[in-house]
Design a protein. Structure first.
Length: 256
C-alpha cells in the first residue's frame, strides 16, 4: 500500500507535465523502486513470504498506519487540493459494446491490468527469479540449503510489488482527480480480493477481483452503492466462514 499511496501522486505529477502515459508508468515504476528497496531491506529482512494470519493482520495494520503518515506528508509537499490529469488524445472517446459506451480510458486500464498480471504470472512460472520466489514460498529452509538467498528473494518480491503499485498509481489518474487519499477508495476492496482469492495465489486474486467486481456491480444496479457494499461484505463474511483459506491455498513442502 505504501508504494501505491506515494506513486499515485507521482504518476499524476508526471501526467500533468505532459509525459505520455506509457512513459509515466515506466518512470513511476522506476521511481518507486529505490524507496521500496530501502523499506524492504528493513521490513522484509526477517519476514517470510508466507506468514501466519496473525502476523499478516499485524503487518496490514502497520502498513495502513505508515500509509496515513505518507498521505499527510504528500499533503504537506503537494498540497491538499486534488489535481486533474489530462488523458492523451488517443484515449479520448469510447467504444460502443452491446449498446453501452465504454470509455477508452477504462479499456486501457483493463488491458494494462491484464498485461501486468500476465507478465507477473509468466515471470513467476518461467524465469529463474520466479522459481526462486516459489522455492522460498514452498520451503524457506530447503531453499536456503540449496543456495537461494531468502533475504534477497524477499527484497525482490517487495521490489516487484512496489513497481506494480507505481503502474497502478498512473492508471488511477485516468479515472479521476489525483489526491494523497486517492487509494483509500480501493484499499478495502483490494484487501477483500486478496483474502477471498487466497494469499500468494495469482489465479485466486484474478478470479476474486472479477467475481467481487461483477457481484458489486449487479447488486449496486438493483439497489444503491452503500447498500451494495453492505450486502457484499455480508456475502464475503459468510464465504470466509465456510472457507477461511480463500479460493486457493499455497501448497508447501514444509513438514511443520
Amino acid at each position: 500500500m505504501r508504494g501505491g499511496v506515494t506513486q499515485t501522486a507521482g504518476g499524476a505529477a508526471l501526467g500533468s507535465v505532459g509525459a505520455p502515459k506509457p512513459a509515466s508508468a515506466r518512470i513511476a515504476c522506476a521511481r518507486s523502486a529505490p524507496k521500496r528497496f530501502v523499506m524492504s531491506a528493513r521490513d522484509g529482512r526477517r519476514l517470510p513470504l508466507v506468514m501466519p494470519p496473525v502476523v499478516v493482520g499485524w503487518l496490514l495494520l502497520v502498513t495502513f498506519g505508515v500509509g496515513l503518515v505518507l498521505q499527510q506528508l504528500a499533503r504537506d509537499i503537494f498540497g491538499a487540493p486534488a489535481v486533474n490529469v489530462i488523458a492523451p488524445s488517443w484515449l479520448s472517446g469510447g467504444f460502443e459494446i452491446f449498446g453501452a459506451v465504454v470509455p477508452k480510458t477504462r479499456i486501457f486500464i483493463l488491458v494494462l491490468a491484464v498485461a501486468c498480471v500476465t507478465a507477473l504470472a509468466v515471470a513467476l512460472k518461467a524465469s529463474p527469479m520466479g522459481r526462486r520466489i516459489r522455492a522460498v514460498v514452498q520451503n524457506r529452509d530447503l531453499a536456503e540449503t540449496s543456495g537461494i538467498s531468502s533475504r534477497k528473494t524477499d527484497i525482490t518480491t517487495f521490489f516487484i510489488g512496489s513497481g506494480l503499485a507505481g503502474v497502478a498509481g498512473v492508471a488511477l489518474t485516468l479515472i479521476g482527480s489525483t489526491s494523497p487519499t486517492i487509494g483509500q477508495a480501493y484499499l478495502i476492496d483490494a484487501f477483500l480480493v486478496v483474502v477471498v482469492g487466497g494469499l500468494g495465489q495469482i489465479k485466486g486474486t484474478v478470479i476474486a477481483a472479477f467475481g467481487i467486481g461483477f457481484l458489486n456491480s449487479v447488486i449496486e444496479y438493483n439497489t444503491t452503492a452503500s447498500l451494495a457494499k453492505v450486502i457484499l461484505f455480508v456475502i464475503i463474511v459468510i464465504f470466509l466462514q465456510a472457507r477461511p483459506q480463500g479460493l486457493f491455498t499455497v501448497r508447501t513442502r514444509s513438514l511443520v
